[in-house]
Ligand binder design. Structure first.
Ligand SMILES: [Mg+2]
Length: 400
């Protein structure tokens, strides 16, 4: 194994790629909100026929979009953060029950520290599964039961959208990446196509990081071969599929080079997991982050979710310098993400130590998060009460 990676230190280039991946998720989500649920024609009406620039502040203030502030990301990245918080608290161990508790709390309260009153933008599969009374005890079983009840048809994009962080966690061990991704996926989405989607995306991200490590160890290593990378991720994802038809369909979406063929606004299918995963693998074949993201967003449909997969995959390949700086600096909760990233890097640098020697993140305990949330809620209500009283008093004096 590489000397640079031995004592737990992570090469700067890989740290930067990890940060690019995380920002890529936030940016794809926040930019995608601009056109989420629009038709392509509507997107053109609001943002121009072929825009060369998109900014968060251009967000159309309609009912759907005005629930989020400018530069905010949506449920996709919120749920990625829940995975990250669970990893920090569990010192790198994957625990679907801990994740389930966080999901349930977030659905009801959002992130109170960010002023949320609940988790917004949540998809139907996730909502149904999370609301089941047994979810906190056995999320895998509840998700499987729901999938059976849908006639094994439900294959929504709600798990692949949050999964990029699991391509970074334990990136050196591709089998661990696969099994981590599956465990978190199956907590809400049981369909094998959802499982194949998360394995394809996470192993692809991990393999990009591994390639960077090879380059650092041996500068004569050939440059990243994207076709080979896609083939490797496909082989990993095929392990959760049975039939040739299933594997052929997966390949059709992973190998797609024409974004139009993904038909991202197809009636009743915009939330299909392979459309979202396919957006990611389409993006991976591009070489200009800004152009690719604008092109994807202008395809509309479930644009924030497609962006939440395409953004991290392309940013991981192209690196931090490929991202327009204002898309990073204008993220509303950039500071929160930066702080989580730092803690995630510390965790990754400690993953080769026994678990008891890794850093504690006791503040990420779900009970403590709940307590902090409750305190924030009470304080907010107190302030609103005060404000109401002040206004009544002012009005009273005015009316004298
Ligand atoms: Mg969303």
């Amino acid at each position: 194994m590489a000397t640079s990676a031995e004592s737990g230190s992570i090469p700067q280039m890989i740290k930067d790629q990890m940060l690019a991946t995380i920002y890529g998720q936030c940016i794809g989500d926040a930019l995608g909100l601009l056109t989420e649920f629009m038709t392509k024609e509507e997107a053109k009406t609001y943002y121009g026929k072929k825009p060369t620039e998109l900014k968060y502040e251009q967000k159309v203030p309609d009912f759907h979009r005005s629930r989020w502030k400018v530069g905010d990301w949506t449920d996709d990245t919120d749920q990625m953060i829940l995975i990250l918080q669970s990893l920090l608290y569990k010192k790198g161990e994957i625990d679907p029950v801990d994740f389930a508790q966080r999901m349930r709390f977030w659905m009801r309260r959002g992130f109170p520290e960010l002023g949320d009153w609940g988790g917004m933008g949540i998809g139907q599969t996730t909502k149904t599964v999370l609301s089941n009374e047994d979810f906190l005890m056995d999320p895998h079983k509840v998700a499987e039961r729901f999938w059976e009840q849908t006639g094994r048809k439900s294959a929504a994009n709600g798990s692949v959208m949050r999964t990029s962080i699991l391509g970074l966690h334990q990136w050196k061990d591709i089998e661990a990446v696969k099994s981590n991704a599956l465990s978190i996926c199956k907590a809400t989405h049981y369909d094998p196509r959802c499982q194949a989607s998360v394995v394809a995306v996470t192993t692809c991200i991990a393999l990009i990081l591994q390639h960077t490590q090879h380059l650092l160890d041996d500068p004569s290593t050939k440059k990243l071969n994207v076709d080979k990378l896609i083939r490797q991720s496909y082989d990993m994802a095929c392990q959760v599929l049975d039939t040739k038809e299933e594997k052929d369909e997966l390949w059709k979406f992973m190998s797609c080079t024409d974004i139009k063929k993904l038909d991202l606004t197809e009636r009743d299918k915009i939330g299909y997991t392979y459309k979202c995963m396919g957006s990611g693998f389409w993006a991976l074949k591009q070489n200009d982050f800004k152009k690719a993201m604008i092109k994807l967003v202008m395809e509309a449909g479930d644009a924030d979710t497609n962006g939440s997969v395409a953004g991290p995959m392309l940013a991981c390949k192209l690196g931090l310098s490929s991202i327009p700086p204002h898309w990073i600096s204008d993220l509303k909760h950039k500071d929160m993400m930066d702080s989580l990233y730092q803690r995630f890097i510390t965790l990754q640098s400690q993953m080769e130590r026994p678990i008891e020697e890794r850093m504690d993140n006791e503040d990420m305990n779900i009970e403590k998060i709940r307590e902090r949330g409750e305190a924030i809620r009470l304080e907010t209500e107190r302030k609103m009460d005060e404000e109401r009283k002040r206004k009544i008093e002012e009005k009273g004096i005015h009316n004298l």
